[in-house]
Structures are given as C-alpha cells and as structure tokens.
Design a protein around this ligand. Structure first.
Ligand code: MG
Length: 469
C-alpha cells in the first residue's frame, strides 16, 4: 500500500483498522498481521507468541471514575504496552479491556520475559484520578507452532491461558502448554540467577596459554570465563553464554571480563612477572554497541594495561554480521595498537574478501579441524591450506584444541606458529598460571612415549608435568 493516499482514504483506513480509543491496531489489522507472521514463521522455522491480556478489575475504574477517565486509562495502558514491546511487535485492542500482542520470532523464554515486562509496565501508578487505583493485568500466551497452527486457535488458547491466570490470583502470565510454561519459568529463573551472579561476584576467569610451537614459549594467554554457580559448580560458557546473549547480559559480562583480565594482567606486570599478551573473546553484541572501540579504549585506560598486549578474539559470525561496521570498529581498535584474532576459523560463514579487508593479526583454526589430524585426510588438507593462507596473508596462525602428539607434530611440520590445547596447557586459575609463567619454562614435547600426553596433562599438576626448564 505504498500509493500515496488522500486524507479521506487515510481517515477511512484509520477507522477500518485502528481502535479510536487507543489508536492501536484493531482486531482486523491484528488478525491480518498474525496471518502474515504465521506464514513467515512457516518459512523461517522461528516460533512466534500470541499474548492475550485482560486488565484486572477494570470495571472498578469505569464505575468509580467514569467512562471518560476509563478511556484515558485504556489509552495510557496502550502506550505503556507499545513502550514495552519491540518495533516488530504488534499490540491491538480487541475491545473492552482486552488487548492482544503478537511477538514474531521469539522463543517461549523471550515471550515470558516480555510478558513480565508488560505486567510491570501496567502496574505502574496511573497519573490520573484516584491514586489508590492500580491496574494490573493477566496474560495468557500461546506459541506457534508448538500450540496451534491457525490465528483463531492461537487466540483461543491464549485466551484460555489468560483465564487460568485470572482463576489463580491475576497479575501474572501463563502459557497454554504446561511444558512450555515449565521451560520458560526455568529459563526466566536462570536468567535472574545470571543477572545476580555478576553482582554476587560468581564469575571467575581461567587462563589458557598459547604456545609458540617452535620455541615452546608462552606467547599469550586467553582469558576464559567460568561461572562459579552455587549449586551447579564451575560452569563453562557453553552452559550460560546463549542465555547471556539472548538477555543481552553479555554486554556487561563482556565488559567485566575485559576489566578483570586487563586489570589482573597489569597487576602481574607490576609484580614483575614476564609480560604476556592477554587474549579476550568479544561477543557480537559488544562489538555492535555504539562507540564499541571507545568503550574498550576507556577500559584499557581504566585498567592501565597497554593496548599493544591485547588481542581481541572475534568469531567469523560476529565479524560477518555487519561487515562494514565491523571493519570500521576493528580499524579503530587496531589504531589503538590492539591485535585482532579471528576465532574458531572455518566453522562460520566467511568471505575471504572480507577476511582480507579486516585488519587481522591472527587466525585461530577451529578445534574441529585439529581433531581430524592426523587420520582424516580431508582435515589434513584443510589445516595445511589454512596455514598456507594465513602465512600468505601475513597472519599468525593458531591451532586450537591440540590434544595429541601426532597433531602437534603435524602442525610443527606444516609450519603452524602457535598452539593451544590440553596437550600443551589447560585453562588454569590465576595462581597456577602465574606460577607457571614465572618459571619462564618452555613446553617441550615428550619423546618416546606411547601414552597420549593429553592423559598426563589431565592429571593433577596439569601442564607443569609436561614442562622442562
Ligand atoms: Mg577464543
């Protein structure tokens, strides 16, 4: 409908598709958007949520304050709902004190998060009439495709779920399906735990050395995040990063990692430890932040750690999400003296052209290729090719996940610069890492041993048993 419409046509359209009290889409427009969203979900495979809201005790507002004020309250609630939603969402007034919300491309946990946001927004005190009147809302949620496949069925199930909330005390949300409800509640609980974990100081860093494969010297350490969970113990990032990314907690968390890693590395230097480059993983959300490079520069000034000793690791997916913008941000970081590494190389979608345009210093070959050494000929060819390519592009090349002596020997023979993995050194807490760095020892592969060295490295004492002065 891109044809310019006359004012009269615009007015007619407004009457036909919008609610006159709140200015929100009406039932007809909502249903139309729901039909389109279902069609799109069918193609993309992403789920969507339909929320059915009914204001609690709204009749009381109309009865005590009159219909005019009642309508103003409805308009105000409509604005609050709009403010709580994303631009891609649709909120409509069905009639009376009933609203519906369409959330395209969301998982159940996201829908639960938005429902909570809505509940909080509606509960905020009203600026009109009797201040003792507080509105709350009950929200029912149905998911496509889990619960139903048609607009009417989804609305019907969401409506039913809303009535369950009403029957159980109001001012809450509930999914149609008990399974979805349980999963969403669990995800919300984990998100709250994660939010608190940062304040409670439950995150720690471990450090894994990167070795120069020729000299055996430590060239850098990679800071790796761990969550010291009170019930579940030490969790690796795979257990909580997806959640941190979805809830955008990854941004403060990523900044915490940098502050911590740079701060500690500076303290080690001040204590007279040999200087070591600090590698830190950067998430897409962190890089997408406005003025990302300035924020990182500020963290470096704050911690007093020299940019020349910093390497930021980004994945191909991060780099390729918005190559133009990434390219700019990376250039700004490089201008500060920071090195950029492309992490887990070979697993994501990447364009060689862009790889060349990014100001990269290091290419880290993904562990999945190293795992295939030396019995998978395809993996051997790929690794040799990647080493050759990195050298032609004048990049340092790192093998991730080096676990066996055979892999190590293949990499040495192939001209790989650096290695990281259990064979060489596991991720360690700060104290053993510093003890290890202070000795200035080099890694020397054990000769004439049939025992896979990884098994030794896994034992008590960790990498030290693999070391020689
Ligand atoms: Mg990494």
């Amino acid at each position: 409908m891109s044809v310019a419409a006359s004012p009269e046509i615009r007015d007619l359209r407004r009457l036909a598709y919008y609610d006159s009290v709140t200015g929100l889409p009406n039932r007809i427009l909502f249903r139309d958007r729901l039909v389109q969203s279902i069609e799109r979900s069918r193609r993309t495979g992403l789920s969507l949520a339909v929320l059915f809201l009914d204001l609690d005790e709204f009749k009381q507002v109309n009865d005590t304050l009159g219909h005019v004020t009642g309508d103003r309250v409805l308009a105000e609630i409509g604005q609050r709902l709009l403010a709580a939603l994303r631009a891609s969402d649709t909120v409509s007034r069905l009639g009376g004190d009933e609203f519906t919300v369409l959330l395209p491309d969301v998982a159940a946990a996201d829908a639960a998060g938005i429902a909570r946001k809505i509940i909080v927004a509606v509960r905020a005190p009203l600026a009109m009439g009797d201040p003792s009147i507080q509105i709350s809302t009950s929200v029912g949620i149905a998911m496509y495709p889990q619960d139903a496949a048609t607009p009417d069925a989804l609305l019907h199930l969401a409506d039913g779920a809303m009535y369950t909330v009403k029957a159980n005390g109001r001012n809450d949300y509930r999914f149609h399906s008990p399974d979805v409800q349980a999963l969403a509640v669990e995800a919300v609980r984990r998100e709250q735990e994660l939010r608190l974990a940062l304040d409670k100081g439950q995150f720690v860093l471990h450090y894994q050395p990167l070795f120069d494969l020729r000299t055996g010297r430590v060239r850098a350490v990679e800071a790796l995040l761990r969550w010291n969970h009170p019930r579940l113990g030490l969790l690796k990032p795979g257990r909580f990063l997806p959640l941190a990314e979805r809830s955008r907690l990854i941004v403060p968390l990523g900044e915490w990692v940098m502050t911590r890693a740079f701060g500690r590395a500076r303290a080690w230097r001040e204590a007279g430890d040999p200087p070591v480059r600090m590698a830190v993983n950067v998430s897409p959300q962190q890089l997408e932040q406005p003025h990302a490079a300035d924020r990182i520069a500020a963290l470096l000034i704050e911690t007093g750690f020299p940019p020349s000793l910093v390497e930021l690791e980004i994945t191909e997916t991060t780099a390729m999400a918005d190559p133009e913008k990434t390219s700019e941000t990376l250039a700004e970081l490089t201008a500060l003296g920071i090195r950029i590494a492309i992490d887990d190389f070979g697993t994501g979608y990447s364009s060689l052209e862009y790889l060349q345009r990014f100001p990269l210093a290091t290419l880290k070959m993904d562990r999945s290729f190293i795992r295939g050494l030396t019995d998978d000929p395809a993996a051997c060819t790929l690794v040799s090719t990647m080493i050759g390519m990195a050298r032609n592009m004048k990049l340092d090349v790192v093998a991730e996940g080096v676990e066996t002596r055979e892999q190590f020997e293949f990499l040495i023979a192939g001209g790989c610069d650096l290695g990281q993995g259990y064979l060489l050194g596991r991720p360690m807490p700060e104290v053993p890492l510093r003890a290890f760095l202070q000795t200035g020892r080099t890694w020397v592969p054990r000769c004439n041993r049939s025992t896979p060295p990884a098994a030794l490295a896994a034992g008590a004492g960790g990498p030290e048993r693999m070391l020689k002065s």
